[in-house]
Design a protein around this ligand. Structure first.
Ligand code: PEP
Ligand code: CO
Length: 459
């Protein structure tokens, strides 16, 4: 294989990277500036996440990855970050309880800006403009000025990512995430919901267990894991110029790390074997993920795994299945079997969002809760049947009370409600209630699997 450098991707064809910056020199200047900026994460943290994902690949932990489809400059607010953090913590508590295992928490946050779009242009009333590609590239307003890519947006995205991470680190280790606070993580606007009720009941059980443990001498002071948490960051490594600028040699290991996030992933539309995105990702040491869906053949997947993980290192690769509820049973079993038979160490995760997007008669992109749940359940059953560990879930969600996905048991969102709080800059997200409900349902499935596994072992 040709020598890898942070810029070797530039010689290869690349999809979904904008090529219509009016001033290329200005883009290069911004990239040079970014190269001098501090890393957002440390290599040691990325290594720790890889080790935790290795546990997931061995069936000893569960991965919860979630956050916005696209972060935006407009929705950047400490309350939104706090609400997202809270809902992640709530979900993690529910899943830990159901799985009886540690939950590895990874946000789609602090860098999840750039979006691949199905069409390069958008037409409205006969006017054609470039599509919106994410706040780090252009603006969402339908005007020629806004839709023109502006390199300065990359600097703003970096700044927003840095302050987001700063707050997340403070929440994680500053006392807020102490398990003694689980009752306080509930969100005001969902207070009366059935989900919150269920969550509160669970908190009471956990608090009783903590009281018991404290009586035995196990306290947050003696066991730091009880007083703090780890929330890792991730985003799609789409805009390779930015990722290249953030890629640095780690002085401890002498290896290259992309310091823009702990974990990066390759999207469903940019995973071509001989293209730029796979080339860039093969050279960084971070744990990486790749979306897999309809159209990806098993032999192609093995070839990509050879390139991305030639040493078959556990924790290096997460495969995020995103088939859609109607297709998951068609595509996933063969892929899972092939990967297992080839002895490849991977984490299997389920993105039940991107294959389940529909458009309503009134023009809203939405995702019915039932489709999402159906895909997660099928995913878990399929992997169980193939003797693989259904290691995680990947959701687009928010801590806000939005109306973007329809359905859900608590405050049901109906099609006619979508217009009331439809705030996403790209795809429809689960609101806090729907996300918590899903965590309970996934947790029940994990509990069932655990019981059938115990029964099998008991023989
Ligand atoms: C995404 O995760 O926002 C996304 C674009 O997904 P996919 O690459 O699976 O379509
Ligand atoms: Co999306």
């Amino acid at each position: 294989m040709a020598k890898w450098t942070p810029s070797s991707w530039r010689a290869l064809p690349a999809k979904h990277i904008p090529d219509d910056y009016p001033d290329l020199k200005a883009l290069q200047d911004v990239e040079t500036t970014l190269k001098g900026y501090p890393p957002l994460v440390f290599a040691g943290e990325a290594r720790r996440l890889k080790a935790r994902l290795a546990d997931v690949s061995e069936g000893k932990a569960f991965l919860l990855q979630g956050g916005d489809c696209a972060e935006s400059f407009k929705e950047f607010h400490p309350d939104n970050l706090r609400d997202m953090f809270r809902v992640m913590m709530q979900m993690a508590v529910v899943l830990t309880y159901g799985a009886g295992q540690p939950v590895v928490k990874v946000g789609r946050i602090a860098g999840q800006f750039g979006k691949p779009r199905s069409s390069a242009v958008e037409e409205r009333d006969g006017i054609v403009l470039p599509s919106y590609r994410g706040d780090n590239i252009n603006g969402i307003a339908f005007t020629p000025e806004c839709r023109t890519p502006d390199p300065k947006r990359l600097l703003q995205a970096y700044g927003q990512s840095a302050s987001t991470l700063n707050l997340l680190r403070a929440f994680s280790t500053g006392g807020y995430a102490n398990l003694r606070n689980i009752h306080k993580w509930t969100l005001g606007f969902v207070d009366g919901s059935k989900q919150t009720q269920k969550y509160k009941e669970l908190c009471t059980k956990i608090t009783e267990a903590l009281d018991f443990m404290e009586a035995c001498g196990v306290t947050p002071a003696s066991t730091p894991q009880m007083a703090a948490t780890d929330l890792y960051t991730s985003h799609e490594a789409l805009l390779l110029g930015y990722e290249e600028a953030m890629t640095r040699i780690d002085s401890t290991s002498g290896r290259w790390y992309d310091t823009s996030a702990h974990m990066l992933w390759i999207g469903n539309r940019t995973r071509q074997l001989d293209h730029a995105h796979v080339e860039f990702m093969r050279g960084i040491e971070n744990p990486i993920a790749m979306k897999v869906g309809m159209g990806l053949e098993a032999d192609e997947l093995l070839k990509i795994l050879d390139v991305l993980n030639p040493e078959n290192e556990a924790g290096r690769i997460t495969l995020i299945a995103r088939y859609g509820h109607e297709n998951v049973a068609k595509g996933l079993p063969h892929l899972a079997r092939t990967v297992k038979e080839a002895g490849r160490k991977v984490v299997w995760s389920c993105d039940p969002m991107h294959g389940n997007t529909i458009k309503t008669a009134t023009g809203f992109k939405t995702r019915p809760f039932d489709y999402i749940l159906s895909e997660v359940k099928d995913f878990m059953q399929i992997l169980h049947a193939e003797n693989c560990w259904p290691g995680g879930v990947h959701f687009e969600m928010t801590g806000q009370n939005v109306t973007e996905c329809t359905g859900g048991m608590a405050n049901e969102v109906k099609e006619e409600d979508l217009s009331s709080r439809y705030r996403t800059h790209c795809d429809p997200r689960l609101n806090a209630n729907q996300a918590l409900e899903l965590a309970f349902l996934v947790s029940e499935e994990l509990g069932k699997n655990r019981k059938s596994e115990d029964a099998r072992l008991a023989g």
